[in-house]
Design a protein around this ligand. Structure first.
Ligand code: T1G
Length: 692
């Protein structure tokens, strides 16, 4: 059973034991009810303590059970809480570490709650696109007050238990041994009657209508495409306006409605996808790792500086190497400026500012970085330059140092073979701005050591990145897919679209930024350099020439004050450019293309399904380990809308046969060769299966 029962003196102790977080799955729920029956049937037992073994009181309902029959199998969480709440003997929740979601709801059904300081208390359901569905919206306001409860439920943000010590949520804070404190408390209240119940507490909030209306307006403005936040307000409102049992019913109906939404399924997919990404089938969790106590970065440019900040933010001293003094000075000054800006926004204390700046030093001598545990090269994206750097690193770095390249497309195996220690070489592809973007593509070379891979995965967690492992190919996962997305964007311009229409269509779909605004931000010359290489290496792959014509006009984007769009000094807003639009229309004429009206749906399908099809190739080639890894790349590195779950999850939602149908339509048009379905996609569609 996933809960143990033991009697200590006159107190029965039910200990949840369902690693890793005591999720309240069906077996755990049954075990609690079993324990309660035993306690109530044993005359020697005067009180009951419920607690959790391991690293949590309880992390809540078992999310894996949602949308399966198990989620509603009796005893449901409601039933369990009712059994506890209707107990004829006092029930005390002894809370530590993590008490979230259904775990907190279970505790709220108890007569009393005692807690250790430092426990994370939360109702985070809204982050999964749902809301507390086992009484949390009705009971929490009764013990912490309407405002605190609403904030906690709408944000899902954990609050440290000691911050709630003075509310009605906790009857006592236990500084020492929690179990001892809980047993002492249980013996103290064993004979206290009547048994206090949270449901009996009246919420006293004069003029609550105005507060609730204000909350509705505020939440509506911030909820975006997510239905859950506003329904959280409605559920909490019922705690004030309705009798308890009515409020519970309203909450239940809202929960059932939300748990079936695509948004919630997408958010739950993202939750598990993030955790799955760190699981590498042939690299067990207990693979030995190398200690990373110091780091070095080669190159003090935008990427090098951002990468160095990641190490400093994690408390790891880092040396930046540059060959030119002015470049080194500029790089260090930029880093300082970045931290100063963060401090000005109040997101960094002066002490933390000094600490982080102090952890980053500069040097122009390779000899000074030799003792670092890891070095990340972030120099110009050209193999010749990388060759020089890695040969030098091979000479100077201590044995066992990890040699990482931040290359965004080059062959990591070739780079590894430039050294005598290919097993120590790996790709760590950061995304600009490197100190902000969560995604880290960890590129595993053919000879990369398993301990180097395991160390890199651990490092990604330490620097608060989402590490996704990629095999070696041109562009790895993200950039290889974005290449097809960009090709379609260019073709759409030739066939009838203008940049603004394409960007608006994908931004309406939910992308943070459309392809042309993104190009102007990142620099159109970067894609230009890659295409020039492609024209030589893969002449059979066609591209629209519009992007080249744009660069030939010197319009590299915001950095040159003009790109696909016009920009005004000091204003980052993108203004439609007549010159560019004229160039596009003229180019269509030069190609003899009769421009046509193209729907937003076609724009979105051609860009998103281009990602999906390339993702399917990447999957079947084993470059990505699983479809959800591809989703994580796009959710954390390319601004794909989280409420759609990522390109592969979105394709599953649309239905793979429908994706194939759309692709067949595009294959009949210009550049139809780009729409050859990946065999895996065609197979899954034919079999009625999904990627995830
Ligand atoms: N259900 C199922 N699995 C869970 C889980 C959960 N609630 N929480 C964590 N896991 C798994 C996770 O997938 C990972 O699995 C492992 O546990 C460790 O997680 C009715 C309906 C609790 C703060 O939203 O926030 O209650 O990768 O790496 O960093 O109203 O997990 O090892 O196979 O995150 O120590 C509400 C979600 C549910 C909490 C621990 N509860 N979890 O963090 O470990 S809905 C939540 C977390 C609900 C009721 C409603 C965190 C954590 P694997 P981890 P961690």
């Amino acid at each position: 059973m996933t809960a143990e029962y033991k009697v200590t003196g006159a107190v029965a102790v039910i200990t949840l034991n369902n690693p890793p977080v005591n999720g309240l799955g069906a077996s755990t729920r049954s075990a609690i009810v079993e324990g309660m029956k035993k306690a109530l049937g044993d005359n020697a037992v005067k009180a009951v303590v419920i607690t959790g073994a391991g690293k949590a009181f309880s992390g809540g309902a078992d999310i894996k059970e949602f949308n399966t029959p198990k989620a509603f199998a009796e005893p449901t969480l409601h039933t369990v809480i009712n059994v506890v709440e209707n107990s004829t003997k006092p029930v005390i929740a002894a809370i530590h570490s993590v008490c979230m979601g259904g775990g907190l709801e279970l505790a709220l059904g108890c007569n009393y709650r005692v807690a250790s300081p430092g426990a994370q208390i939360a109702l985070p359901e809204v982050k999964l696109g749902i809301l507390p569905g086992a009484g949390g919206t009705q009971r929490l306001p009764r013990v912490v007050g309407l405002e605190m409860a609403l904030n906690m439920i709408v944000s899902g943000t954990p609050v440290a238990s000691e911050k709630l010590a003075k509310t009605g949520l906790f009857n006592e804070m236990i500084e020492g041994d929690l179990m001892q404190g809980a047993l002492a408390f249980a013996n103290k209240v064993a004979d206290t009657r009547p048994l206090p119940k949270v449901r009996d507490i009246k919420i006293d909030y004069p003029n609550y209508e105005a507060f609730l209306q204000f909350s509705r307006n505020t939440v509506k403005a911030m909820a975006g495409p997510y239905p859950a936040p506003l329904k959280c307000v409605e559920a909490v409102a019922a705690a004030v306006t309705e009798k308890f049992d009515n409020g519970i019913k309203i909450e239940r109906d809202l929960f059932v409605e939300l748990v079936q939404t695509d948004e919630s399924k997408a958010l739950r997919h993202a939750f598990f996808a993030e955790r799955a990404a760190s699981k590498i089938p042939d690299v067990p969790e207990d693979t030995p790792t190398r200690a990373i106590k110091s780091a070095a970065v080669i190159g003090a440019g935008t990427m090098g500086g951002g990468i160095a900040m990641n190490f400093a933010n994690a408390g790891i001293p880092v040396k930046i190497l540059e060959m030119k003094p002015e470049a080194l000075e500029k790089g260090l000054a930029t880093i300082r400026k970045n931290y100063e800006n963060t401090m000005k926004k109040g997101k960094l204390t002066p002490a933390k500012f000094e600490e982080r700046v102090g952890l980053i030093t500069g040097t122009m001598s390779y000899e000074e970085i030799g003792s670092a545990d890891i070095v990340v090269e972030a120099v110009f994206e050209e193999m010749g330059v990388k060759e020089q750097v890695f040969k030098k690193l091979d000479e100077v770095m201590k044995p066992g140092a990890i040699l990482a390249s931040n290359t965004s497309t080059l062959d990591v195996d070739k780079i590894a073979d430039l050294t005598k220690r290919p097993q120590d070489v790996i790709g760590l592809h950061f995304f600009s701005p490197a100190n902000v973007m969560k995604l880290l593509e960890i590129v595993r070379g053919a000879k990369t050591g398993k301990d180097v891979l395991a160390t890199s995965l651990g490092l990604s967690k330490k620097i608060k990145k989402t590490g996704v492992v990629s095999g070696v190919c041109d562009g790895f996962i993200g950039n290889r897919m974005i290449e097809q997305y960009s090709r379609q964007a260019g073709f759409l311009l030739e066939e009838g679209c203008l940049p603004e229409q394409v960007d608006k269509a994908v931004e309406k779909f939910g992308f943070a930024m459309g392809p042309f605004r993104m190009g102007d931000l990142a620099g159109n010359d970067i894609g230009w350099a890659i295409r020039k290489r492609r024209y030589v290496e893969k002449p059979e792959v066609t591209y629209s020439k519009t992007a080249d014509l744009l660069c030939e006009m010197g319009r590299y984007g915001q950095k040159t004050g003009a790109g696909w769009y016009d920009y005004k000094p000091g204003d980052r807003k993108a203004y439609a450019s007549q010159a560019v639009n004229d160039m596009i229309v003229k180019h269509s004429a030069d190609l003899g293309i009769e421009r046509r009206k193209i729907s937003d749906q076609e724009i979105v399908e051609r860009l998103v399904f281009a990602l999906v099809n390339e993702g399917a190739y990447i999957l079947e080639e084993g470059i990505a380990l699983r479809a959800s890894d591809i989703d994580m790349v796009y959710l954390t590195g390319y601004g794909f809308p989280v409420f759609r779950g990522g390109p592969m999850f979105y394709a599953d939602t649309v239905g793979l046969p429908n994706v194939i149908l759309a692709m067949e339509k595009f294959a009949a048009g210009r550049h139809g060769e780009a729409w050859k379905p990946a065999p895996l996609l065609a197979k899954l569609a034919a079999e009625g299966k999904t990627f995830n």
